[in-house]
Design a protein around this ligand. Structure first.
Ligand code: ZN
Ligand code: ZN
Length: 167
């Protein structure tokens, strides 16, 4: 399966390209980048200044090409119906996922650290698209990130238990 990155709203092109390379080197599939689209109005809640992750995935789904996974990248903060924020969300059925850079960067966060976190979250969501669940191993990329501490502790690759499930 190829992976296609879909920038949603303004994303630094340098970061996007570095993320493409990072994802490619971990997963080992070809990763390409689609032209940028605007943040879909249906998914954006102006009062919260956040996007509802599930709705954003539904809006991105029509852009997915058969035989490839679509991974949306946005700088807008994401939330879910049961969570105030999420770093990302995946729908294996729709072969579409999304990650947000919003909480990964900010004051005092270097470009390198932002990229490192973004690669981990991107690999994590692609893992879900491949049918993987969360992993108990805190160092595995499939470990659930409830906070940035979880993200910073885990590696950007799959543990020995998860690795064989990489399609
Ligand atoms: Zn997850
Ligand atoms: Zn694992």
């Amino acid at each position: 399966m190829d992976i296609v990155l879909q920038p949603v709203g303004q994303i630094d092109p340098g970061l996007l390209e570095a993320l493409r390379q990072g994802l490619c080197s971990v997963i080992g599939y070809s990763v390409s980048i689609n032209p940028r689209i605007a943040v879909p109005e249906q998914a954006y809640d102006a009062a919260r200044d956040q996007c509802l992750a599930d709705t954003l995935i539904e809006e991105l789904y029509p852009l997915r090409k058969k035989g490839s996974y679509l991974l949306g990248i946005t700088a807008v903060n994401l939330y879910a119906t049961d969570k105030n924020f999420v770093f990302g969300e995946a729908s294996p059925m729709m072969e579409t996922a999304v990650i947000s850079l919003y909480l990964l960067g900010g004051p005092g966060v270097s470009k390198e650290l932002l990229l490192e976190r973004a690669v981990k979250e991107a690999v994590h969501e692609v893992g879900h698209l491949m049918g993987m669940d969360h992993c108990d191993n805190g160092q595995c990329v499939m470990h659930f990130s409830g906070s940035l501490i979880d993200t910073d502790v885990k590696n950007n690759y799959f543990c020995a238990n998860c690795r064989p499930r990489l399609l």
